[in-house]
Design a protein around this ligand. Structure first.
Ligand code: HEC
Length: 120
């Protein structure tokens, strides 16, 4: 019986971990470095073609994790996400999705449709 309870608990812990849901409010605080390059609600960022505002949180998280693991190489990004944990990524991604739209829509900027297309 104890073993079954332990297994059930492990299953709960594991499943919660797998769907680490992000908190946009905490995410805003954690995203200050991201904002410099990827924008915020009031600033397009210094790379306005890769603004993240309004993009799908799952896609942001998936691609961010590829930079964390080194599957994708971009010196700036590898450095920027080095110290994040899974929860940080979920929070920051939730923040960006919640913005609803990029601060400044410009032709040629990346969107949800190609955020993962360029990733191996
Ligand atoms: C110093 C500038 C800089 C910082 C800080 C930075 N990034 Fe980036 N990021 C970039 C650049 C440049 C690219 C495009 C890289 C490429 O495609 O080779 C990028 C790409 C991305 C992409 C892929 C976007 C797409 O459409 O393909 C995601 C997701 C991302 N960054 C998330 C983050 C997150 C989350 C943070 C904060 C923890 C962050 N970045 C911080 C410069 C930055």
């Amino acid at each position: 019986m104890k073993a079954i309870q332990a297994l059930a608990l492990a299953a709960v812990v594991l499943s919660t971990h797998a769907v680490a849901s992000g908190d946009p409010v905490t995410g805003e605080r954690k995203a200050t470095t991201c904002m410099a390059c990827h924008g915020s609600a009031s600033f397009p960022g210094i790379f306005p073609l890769v603004q993240l505002g309004g993009r799908d949180a799952d896609k942001i998280a998936t691609k961010t994790n590829k930079y964390r693991s080194g599957k994708l190489i971009s010196p700036m990004m590898n450095l920027a996400v080095m110290s994040l944990n899974d929860q940080d990524v979920a929070d920051v991604s939730a923040y960006y999705q919640k913005l609803g739209k990029p601060f400044l829509a410009i032709p040629g900027m990346r969107g949800d449709e190609d955020i993962l297309a360029s990733a191996p």
